[in-house]
Structures are given as structure tokens and as C-alpha cells.
Design a protein around this ligand. Sequence first.
Ligand code: TYM
Length: 333
Amino acid sequence: PRRVLSGIQPTSDSFHLGNYLGAVRQWVALQDDFDEAFYFIPDMHAITMPQDPAQLRERTLRSVAQLLALGVDPERSTIYVQSHIPEIAQLTWVLQCLTGFGEASRMTQFKDKSSKGGLESASVGLFTYPILQAADIVAFDVDEVPVGEDQRQHLELTRDLAQRFNSRYGETFVVPKARIVSEYAKIYDLQNPTAKMSKSADSDAGLINLLDDPKRSAKKIRSAVTDSGSEIRFDREEKPGVSNLLTIQAALTGRSVDELVEGYVGKQYGHLKVDTADALTEFVTPLRGRVEELLDDRAVLHEVLAAGAAKARTTAAKTLAEVYEKIGFQPAT
Ligand code: TYM
């Protein structure tokens, strides 16, 4: 079967607009294009940075509620929590033993995330994070992985490790491809439109959380940094702020950037901001309601996760058994 898989970390109370436009929106669309879809919450990745336990537990369920509210359908997709599939951690060990130390050292996310606290305090888990991600993917014989631009290097490593295993031990893993939609692969910070929108930015003034009060988010959009000049056109180099707002509005309204730009001839940045803020408000208002409803009946969320874990484990266990056999582990029975 042709399979698609992706994950989103439970490290915040709300997904942000970059998560949605860069990733989850594609997940929803791809449910119909592939035979099987696997979407999961990587809680094991989350603990590569310090997390409050009660908050992590809650955010994991909130993440599931958001996926469902955004249109990931448990009838068509397997939805699960990473730590419910112990085979992923077992497979990670095997892949770690195939990864060069130098190769792992070249992963840029580790350099970025460890730069704040320094190497002494960064965890080894943060260092091996991309290998866990590779295991997430190869465990399920996945063809495509829909992600934003910041995951490209992790997908390259995944491909390298899958190929390396295959050439050393014989055809075992499907070698997966990143599926990155260039227009939406990087949504930018509203205050700093050459940096990606991220929950770990120094200030949250440029971050749109889907579950925030829409009034607050609309205000952030109206205060977005725009560019010199006054013409509204799409130009990432000269007009990064304007281009970001055009991208966001186009995605949320289903209209093309070209069509939007035509409508703004002779108008000012203020018009673009107000319209983009309105489009966001229209999108998030019903979404917040649906998430609240889902969180009011947690039994349903737990059922979705139990069914997802059962299905995902069957697949991952098959892969792991094949891997253990190929590398020469003595069977337990
Ligand atoms: P995470 O949780 O940081 O982000 C989830 C998804 O959102 C995308 N994204 C963005 N896209 C466009 N513009 C932005 N500003 C933006 N910010 C985030 C990310 O690219 C990602 O697709 N390591 C992954 C989680 C993961 C995973 C996996 C993904 C673990 N295992 C296996 C795919 C397959 C991460 O931290 O994503």
C-alpha cells in the first residue's frame, strides 16, 4: 500500500499557523490520495527538551483534539501517540548503531536548539532526535512525509539510513520522500518576516496560535511588520512581510496570490492586513469551538488513540521483527 506519515510535537497548548499551513493542511488533503495515512504525536521527541509532566500529558490530548478539529479523520487515518508504540524506540537503537557520530553532528536543529543553554546542558536525546524521527518513518514503510521546510534535513538523514540498512542487510525499508509544498513550506514570523514562525521565537508578537483569542490574533496581524514602499505585490526578497500576509490569506481563503494581488491594485498595506486578519478570524472561530467540544468528551479521544495504537503497533512490530532477524538477533523463543 502507498503510505503517508507525519507527526507534530505536543510542546504547546496550540498549533500555530505555520504548523497548520506547512503541514497539517497537507495531512488532511492527503488522506484521500494515499491508501493509508499515519499521523501521530511525538511525545518522545517532546522530552528532548524539558517538559512539565502534567502539561505534556494534557498537550498530547489537546494535539489530538486539534488534529480531529482540523479535519484529520480517524476513519481514514491512523492517529496515535508515539510512546504507545515501543517498537519505534527499539528500532531507534538499531538505526543509532548505523549512524555516524559526525553525520549526527551535522544536523542543524541540534546546533540551533543547543545553542541557548550550551552543549554541556543539551541532552543526548536532543542529539539523537533525528534518528528517532527516522525510526518513526521507516517503521511504517512510508512513501511520503508531508512536512515544512525545517524538516528537510531530517528526511535526508532518514533516506540515508534506510538506504544504508537496505544495502547492508538486504531490501527492508521503503526509502521515503519528503513532501514539501514550496508556497507554504515556511510561514514567517509576523514581526520578523525573514525568520520562520516558531513557538520558540524570543517574542510571541509574530506568532499566531490557532487557539488564541481571535481578537488577539487579528491584532497581531494588523501589527505585522510590512515593508518599505506601498505597493502590494508578492516578492519574497523585497517584500517579505507583504508576501507572508499574501501567502497566509491565500491559504485561508482558497484564493490564489495572483488573484489577491490584482484586487489590491491602488490599495494600501492596511487593507491587506485587515482582510488577512478577517480571514484568520473566520477560520479559527469555529475551530476553537470544535476543539473545546472534543476536549469535553475525552473518552472519544482515548478511543481514537487506542484504535490507532493497535493498528500502528501491528505494522511497526512486523518491521521490527524483520529488522531483528536481518541483523542477526537470536529470536527469544
Ligand atoms: P514540529 O512539531 O516542530 O512541527 C510540525 C510541522 O509543522 C511544520 N512547521 C512549519 N511549516 C511551515 N512554516 C513554519 N513556520 C513551520 N513551523 C513548523 C514542521 O515542518 C512540521 O512538519 N520533528 C518534527 C516532528 C516529527 C516528525 C516525525 C515529522 C517527529 N517525527 C516523523 C514527520 C515524520 C517536528 O518537530 O515538527
